[in-house]
Design a protein. Structure first.
Ligand SMILES: Nc1ncnc2c1ncn2[C@@H]1O[C@H](COP(=O)(O)OP(=O)(O)OP(=O)(O)O)[C@@H](O)[C@H]1O
Ligand SMILES: [Mg+2]
Length: 262
């Protein structure tokens, strides 16, 4: 994988002290049969440049709603979101989303799916081709570049889904349970792949998961949301060196502590 990436794309930009994403007092009510249902209440947190933040909490606590608001797909009832100090009001190229279910174009090959977004942004065919090669290698799919989505596995599809948004180099990558439909081993492989890619590219990532082990494996910081109240229950830095292994004593200790906040 080394040598695949240009020098300027390495983690030199990373600066957790400099906020890439700032969320302040974000509140969301849904109107159901004339009654306001509160889902998010005064959610406030930051993500530094190059930080991996995991948002976790029980089913229904508002994780997907929060991510949809960050993506600009949903409007908040109150509060502000800034990306690189610019307010967010609608979807934009500074934020890309990877969903749980693959959203690949079924009639396009792996290569064409990865090229799709960048093709709309550049007329330079040489540059486009090189970039696609680079990201195919990064996610280990060069051999499968001419396959259609129906001819590859679920894990491979999610690699394509990740490569095709990373190639656009968004400021913030938003991921909503992207590995939830994968089997245990594939899921672990994808977590390792994501950490490797993230450490190479220095992307800011907001990763939603209800799986505590996934959050501990991936995150620099974990934000725990509370179901019912819509508050942030706790924010915890993960003080464990990478790679993180579930059998390490420190890992188990941290897991127990995190579990108390769910
Ligand atoms: N469009 C909507 N209209 C009304 N209520 C909604 C809407 N979208 C979400 N909700 C409600 O908001 C709450 C939070 O939903 P959300 O999907 O954000 O939870 P989640 O934490 O992502 O859950 P899960 O872990 O199951 O994916 C739920 O009670 C849900 O019913
Ligand atoms: Mg959800």
């Amino acid at each position: 994988m080394k040598g695949v990436l240009k020098k300027e794309m390495l983690r030199t930009r990373v600066n957790p002290e400099q906020p890439a994403l700032e969320v302040v007092n974000l509140t969301k009510h849904f109107e159901i049969n004339g009654t306001a249902k509160s889902v998010l209440h005064k959610i406030t947190f930051n993500a530094g440049v190059g930080e991996m933040i995991c948002i976790t909490g029980r089913s229904g606590c508002g994780k997907t709603t929060l991510l949809n608001i960050l993506a600009g797909f949903l409007k908040p009832s109150a509060g502000t979101i800034m990306v690189n100090s610019e307010p967010v009001r609608k979807p934009g190229p500074d934020r890309c989303v990877v969903f749980q279910e693959d959203t690949l174009f079924p009639w396009l090959t792996v290569r064409e799916n990865i090229a799709f977004g960048l093709k709309g942004r550049t007329k330079n065919k040489g540059y486009l081709s090189k970039e696609v090669d680079r990201f195919l290698s990064l996610v280990g799919l060069r051999e499968f570049q001419h396959y259609l989505p129906r001819e590859i596995s679920g894990g491979m599809k999610q690699r394509v889904a990740i490569a095709r948004v990373l190639i656009l180099q968004p400021q913030v990558l938003l991921m909503d349970e992207p590995f939830a439909s994968l089997d245990y081993h594939t899921r672990r492989e994808m977590q390792d792949l994501l950490v490797t890619v993230w450490r190479e590219l220095g992307q800011t990532i907001i990763f939603v998961t209800h799986d505590l082990d996934e959050a501990i494996t991936l995150a620099d910081r974990i934000v725990v949301m509370e179901r019912g109240s819509g508050y942030i229950r706790q924010e915890l830095a993960v003080p464990l060196p990478r790679p993180r292994k579930a059998e390490q004593t420190e890992y188990l200790f941290f897991r127990r502590k995190l579990y108390e906040f769910l």
